[in-house]
Design a protein around this ligand. Structure first.
Ligand code: PHE
Length: 449
């Protein structure tokens, strides 16, 4: 056990790996399509409010639990508050992570196909309608969809089998800054398209009449999804943090960077959507339709598109690695089985969920859960139920049950730094704002209003 908990090699490594977990398809694929479906500006405003009032405090809570004990959730709660029933919620996190990683891997599979097509030159040179057909043909062909998904999962578990430091840290350190720079280049390109300002208006001019309850729920779920909250991922990652890392600063930095990446993705996508006369509410296929259209009007489009899909692949795998790490660390810590065994069990389960999700646009398209196919169902319940429930539990636990000393010690590194208004702010959010907001959402599900 002990040697596995040596921590990340450098402080930057721990932060970069956590940014690697946070930044992924959630920011670049899910955020734009959700914003597009929910009318843009108002959704983004609610999203930003959720990041500040719920996201940052819950992220700090997960860091406090993980770093104070250097254990994953169940062991951590047992150590912090012996006998507390809260530890049973660690199963919610583990199950949530398995389901989310399952369907998420399908999108990672799509990314690999787009990378492949970029490299062999078949991606560019089509009309937007053809891009829409190309995407439909990919998801509608079971073999293709399943094969790419399996290839992705294989690579994911290959990296994991080499251990957390080597794999995650190295990748995140190099790829994240590159992705960031590339997004800025694409933003500039999109802003120079004719009619781009319509896209900016869509993104930043809130029209509340288009939001509704669905938009609020989606924005909240998306904030949790994007920041990797509520499935104990950040507890697991921060259990590897060093004792001198600064949790307050890190949580704010990570949340800000993650939000920035999502907004940048929006600025890449929506000006182009309006400039090309397309619809913003295309759903999960949005970026797969728009990005090739963007790349092909850029000089050297093929190079840009290869570069982008390579980086998106890395951003995605650093997220799936963190998702896979949840059940693996859980099993190693709780059942004292070897990491290798835990990895195999996790891989088998995730593969089953992933294959079912990959088939949900073709062979299994008739299987509906609450009127959604398997993929759409998991894309809904993962963030909007599992993550929100996990977030609710974390908020109540840290806000009401964890000793103030522990919170204070973690936030200030044993009194070394001042916590200023941050501690009362997060405690207020954890005690009142987060539980009330999330419970309102759950009441909405039950159809009370
Ligand atoms: N935050 C990741 C993304 O935006 C997804 C994720 C969720 C990763 C939960 C880990 C845990 O893509």
């Amino acid at each position: 056990m002990k040697e596995k908990r040596t921590g990340f090699a450098t402080r930057l490594g721990a932060i970069a790996a956590t940014v690697g977990s946070a930044v992924g398809l959630g920011n670049i694929w899910r955020f734009p399509y959700q914003a597009g479906e929910n009318g843009g500006g108002a959704y983004i405003l609610v999203y930003l409010i959720c990041v500040v009032l719920l996201g940052i405090p819950i992220m700090m809570s997960e860091f406090i639990i993980g770093r104070s004990t250097h254990k994953s959730m169940k062991g951590a709660i047992q150590e912090l508050t012996p006998g507390s029933p809260f530890k049973i919620f660690s199963y919610v996190g583990v199950l949530g992570a398995l389901l989310i990683c399952g369907y998420y891997s399908v999108v990672c599979g799509w990314v690999i196909e787009y990378l492949w097509n970029s490299a062999d030159g078949t991606l560019l040179g089509h009309t937007p309608e053809q891009y829409s057909d190309m995407f439909e043909s990919l998801v509608g062909t079971p073999q293709r969809c399943v094969l790419w998904t399996l290839l992705f999962l294989f690579l994911n578990f290959l990296v994991l089998s080499r251990g957390i430091q080597k794999g995650v840290e190295r990748m995140a350190n190099i790829m994240m800054p590159l992705l960031f720079i590339l997004l800025i280049v694409f933003c500039i390109n999109s802003l120079m398209l004719t009619g781009s300002m319509k896209g900016m208006d869509f993104l930043f001019n809130p029209k509340f009449e288009e939001l509704g309850w669905k938009g609020v729920v989606d924005a909240m779920g998306q904030a949790f999804m994007s920041l990797s909250l509520g499935v104990t991922c950040l507890i697991t990652y921060s259990s590897y943090f060093k004792d001198d890392s600064r949790l307050m600063k890190d949580a704010v930095t990570i949340s800000a960077l993650d939000t920035l990446v999502a907004i940048l993705a929006g600025i890449v996508i929506f000006p182009a959507v309006f400039s090309f006369g397309l619809e913003p509410n295309a759903g999960p296929k949005l970026i797969f339709e728009i990005l090739p259209t963007i790349f092909q009007q850029m000089p050297g489009g093929m190079v840009w598109s290869i570069l982008f899909f390579v980086l998106l692949f890395f951003a995605s795998i650093t997220s799936t690695i963190s998702l896979s790490e949840i059940p693996i660390t859980f099993m190693v810590d709780e059942y004292k089985i070897s990491r290798g065994k835990a990895l195999i069990i996790t891989a088998v389960f995730m593969t089953i969920v992933a294959v079912l999700s990959a088939l949900s646009f073709s062979t299994l398209s008739g299987v509906k859960l609450f009127e959604k196919n398997i993929f759409d169902f998991l894309d809904y319940v993962g963030p909007n139920i599992f993550m929100l429930l996990g977030g609710l539990v974390t908020a109540i636990y840290v806000g009401w049950f964890l000793k103030k000393e522990v919170i204070h010690n973690q936030l200030t590194n044993g009194g070394k730094y001042r916590s200023g208004f941050v501690q009362p702010y997060i405690i207020f959010c954890l005690r009142f704002i987060a539980p009330i907001a999330i419970i309102i959402i759950f009441l909405y599900y039950t159809g009370v209003f």
